[in-house]
Design a binder for this molecule. Sequence first.
Ligand code: KIV
Length: 272
Amino acid sequence: MSTAKKEIKKVTTHQLQEMKSRGEKISMLTAYDYSYAKIVDDAGIDVILVGDSASNVMAGHDSTLPITLDQMIYHAQSVIRAVDRALVVVDMPFGSYQGNSSEALRSAIRIMKESGAHAVKLEGGSEVIESVKRILSAGIPVMGHLGLTPQSIYKFGTYTVRAKEDEEANELKEDALLLQEAGCFGIVLEKIPAKLATEVAKNVSIPVIGIGAGSGVDGQVLVLHDLLGVTKEFSPRFLRRYLNLYEEMKGAVGQYIKDVKSKDFPNEKEQY
Ligand code: KIV
């Protein structure tokens, strides 16, 4: 019997580029902790996003704004410990890169150094381009995020579809080109019309990953807890739920409570 450990080929930003070139769709999901990241990586996902949606999903905040850089690094460290294959991208949290490009670089370096992640993602186009360039100049791969950018929710006022009007759509197209020219390896497009997202994916040569952006992009991302039905309040049109884990887990916990109360658990075989 061989004791050699099976060599696992890791996903790189270059491979994502190749996937776009040959028309293979890229799969991406969020994960914020070791156990979920292990499942997602073992299932064969291409990219894991340690999203700042951890602020909502893990901590129960009603926006992504409160999560801190230290907290994002903690989540990223847990995910990295679980992952053998996927490319791990970490969201730069609100307030860690908008101030100036030196601060942005410092924050990105902390994420990479302290977590061992492979890339960072940040929201915005022209307004953050200096920060994007500075981070890239340190050799850190950067992913952009345009369309609905949840860190700007108080500017938008709602989570409705973005860039429906020409002015905002044109701005988004220009921002996508700017991010590509700066050297980003990919862009997330969130909640914009499918036609616009398809056009952007055709206009740029880097991979475009959509969430609520239709099927004409190069890949898809969802929040894992939404896909699994662990969360149940959030049900936008673009979400496909594969399980209803909230009800299943609640049922299991309810059964455990009954078994304890009725003295059915533990039985003779479940003790020493
Ligand atoms: O934080 C997050 O989960 C994200 C995805 C919605 C793309 O940025």
